[in-house]
Design a protein around this ligand. Structure first.
Ligand code: NAD
Length: 373
């Protein structure tokens, strides 16, 4: 069995993580008229691809406050098959063409955008115009301008906009954030290194198409590293220096980078390094403070993520009870809608990551450091 850090007893951890999760899913005040069960909000999933089929539909079946009520797809057969599996009324299957008529469907409270990145802005804005709350997958969009237009559309429609940063809703990340902010365990954070990538396959996939994906591994995986550095430090970087590399003639990388690495500078003196690639696997962070260190590997898998604290002695593993990241994320949004609370990862979070990503690409292109505004 892994040991627990002396300064953070198992009991304290369990109590604090339980409190954090409870805070994310307070019992809603609203209940169905004919039932004592809490009301579940109806989610429409836009895009019936890998994430929707393998993760989101199974997760919705486990949610306390959310349920799958509609699908939007360009493939009616696939949509009908998934609808049958998850008890979704076939009348609630939409195409991209008739998507806007969701405005007349009171079953749908939330639209979850699970499309290629270039389509996030358009469908978020259309969902807001239809009067629906929006959960949009990461990366929020392909440009800073698109992110801002999504925020504006949801503000104008008075609808909530949340970005699917699933890790912010699971106990190990919540605990990592608590520890990174602990003066006694970590002290002042001086350096963070975060890495996320994998060796990708099929050269024809949309993730390698610049127009659809907006970029390469940085848009898809490096964003986890950028987001981790930002949530672990609660600071925003002011400057970036980046290098990218692509193996010549590799058929996968005709349009997007293979690997990009960069240094982030913060006004506090904190330095941080990001590494992301579609050429090899990496999935971890390491944080150095004046009084202790944190390390995590894997950092952003769906299950079995691990975290260690080093403080006054050998490194000690933090244990936790796993929750389904996506179910926790969707229950959080439903709870915030039902109880009129702000979401933990609103559009502004996605926009901040996009500013860092845009500046990193610009720095690699120009071959010099770039300010992040
Ligand atoms: P996918 O390729 O498996 O599915 C994409 C869906 O979009 C498919 O149903 C496809 O038919 C549809 N689509 C519509 N127009 C398309 C077009 N022009 N080209 C290609 N597909 C089109 O992708 P995915 O893995 O499900 O990813 C979808 C989104 O979810 C992405 O933004 C991705 O970054 C995000 N994602 C997030 C996580 C996470 O852990 N939060 C994990 C995987 C994917």
């Amino acid at each position: 069995m892994p040991q627990h850090p002396s300064s953070v007893s198992r009991r304290t951890f369990l109590e604090s993580s339980a409190a954090a999760i409870a805070a994310l899913a307070t019992t809603p005040l609203i209940a169905d008229v004919n039932s004592s069960e809490p009301k579940k909000l109806g989610f429409a999933l836009v895009g019936v691809g890998t994430l929707t089929m393998d993760q989101l539909l199974p997760a919705l079946a486990k949610c306390k406050l959310a349920r799958a009520v509609a699908l939007v797809s360009g493939h009616p057969d696939k949509a009908r098959q998934q609808a049958a599996l998850y008890n979704i009324d076939p009348k609630n299957i939409y195409t991209y063409d008739n998507f806007d008529s969701i405005k007349d469907n009171p079953d749908i409270d939330v639209v979850y955008i699970v499309l290629p990145n270039s389509m996030h802005a358009e469908y978020t804005i259309r969902a807001a115009h239809a009067g629906k709350h929006v959960l949009c997958e990461k990366p929020m969009a392909n440009t800073v301008e698109e992110c801002q237009s999504m925020i504006d559309a949801c503000v104008k429609a008075d609808r909530k906009l949340m970005i699917g940063y699933r890790q912010r809703y699971e106990p190990l990340t919540i605990r990592a954030i608590e520890l990174s902010h602990s003066q006694s365990d970590i002290g002042t954070i001086k350096q963070i290194t975060a890495e996320a990538g994998f060796n990708t396959g099929d050269p024809t996939q949309w993730r390698l198409n610049k127009k659809l994906a907006g970029g390469g591994p940085l848009m898809d995986m490096g964003i986890y590293a950028v987001n981790a550095i930002r949530y672990l430090s609660s600071q925003e970087p002011s400057e970036v220096t980046a290098f990218s590399y692509t193996t010549p003639n590799d058929p996968r990388f005709k349009e997007v980078e293979e690997t990009i690495a960069f240094e982030l500078r913060f006004d506090s003196g904190l330095l941080a390094s990001v590494l992301t690639s579609y050429g090899f696997g990496c999935n971890r962070f390491r944080l150095y403070g004046t009084h202790g260190q944190l390390e995590s590997e894997p950092l952003q898998s769906y299950t079995n993520n691990r975290l260690w604290l080093t403080h006054n002695g050998p490194k000690q593993e933090i244990t936790y009870t796993h929750v389904n990241h996506f179910a926790a994320e969707m229950d959080h949004l439903a709870d915030c809608i039902l109880n009129n609370k702000p979401v933990l990862t609103p559009g502004e979070e996605g926009l901040k990551d996009m500013k860092v990503i845009t500046a990193a690409y610009e720095s690699a292109r120009l071959g010099k450091s770039v300010k992040i505004i």
